[in-house]
Structures are given as structure tokens and as C-alpha cells.
Design a protein around this ligand. Structure first.
Ligand code: SF4
Length: 71
């Protein structure tokens, strides 16, 4: 399966997730290297640009993503 086009610019993918590395591993395999079109960060990046994605937003936080227009 293809990887997300934002892996080079996405803070979540690039930075360590020190508090819970297992959660990051799970989220990356589920979203970044899998179903990236369902990722909250991806949805905002596509519609508003990666610079508008809240730094601490997790891929599975769709409730926050819905606050942005067009999602
Ligand atoms: S967290 Fe979302 S936007 Fe970032 S690389 Fe993974 S799938 Fe793409």
C-alpha cells in the first residue's frame, strides 16, 4: 500500500513520540503507511495546507479536523 504524500513534511511522522512510542508505531502503520486519506492531519493538509495542521493533532482526531471548513 502507498505511503502518505506528507511523510516528509508532517510533524507527527517526523518527530519522536516519546510518551508512547507504541502508539506512534500503531498510528503510523495504520495511517501513514496505510489508510492515510482517513487521517485527520491529512484531511486538513489537503484542504488548508500542512502549515494549518495543529502540531499536536493526532491522525485519529477527526472531531478536531471537522472544525476546519470543507471537511
Ligand atoms: S500523520 Fe497523517 S498527514 Fe502525517 S504523514 Fe501520517 S497519514 Fe500523512
Amino acid at each position: 500500500m502507498a505511503s502518505c504524500e506528507f511523510v516528509d513534511t508532517c510533524a507527527f511522522f517526523k518527530e519522536e513520540f516519546r510518551d508512547n512510542p507504541h502508539t506512534k508505531e500503531f498510528l503510523c502503520s495504520t495511517y501513514c503507511e496505510g489508510h492515510f486519506t482517513t487521517c485527520a492531519r491529512y484531511k486538513i493538509a489537503v484542504s488548508e495546507g500542512m502549515s494549518k495542521v495543529p502540531r499536536d493533532l493526532l491522525p485519529d482526531t477527526l472531531k478536531t479536523a471537522k472544525c476546519f471548513s470543507g471537511i
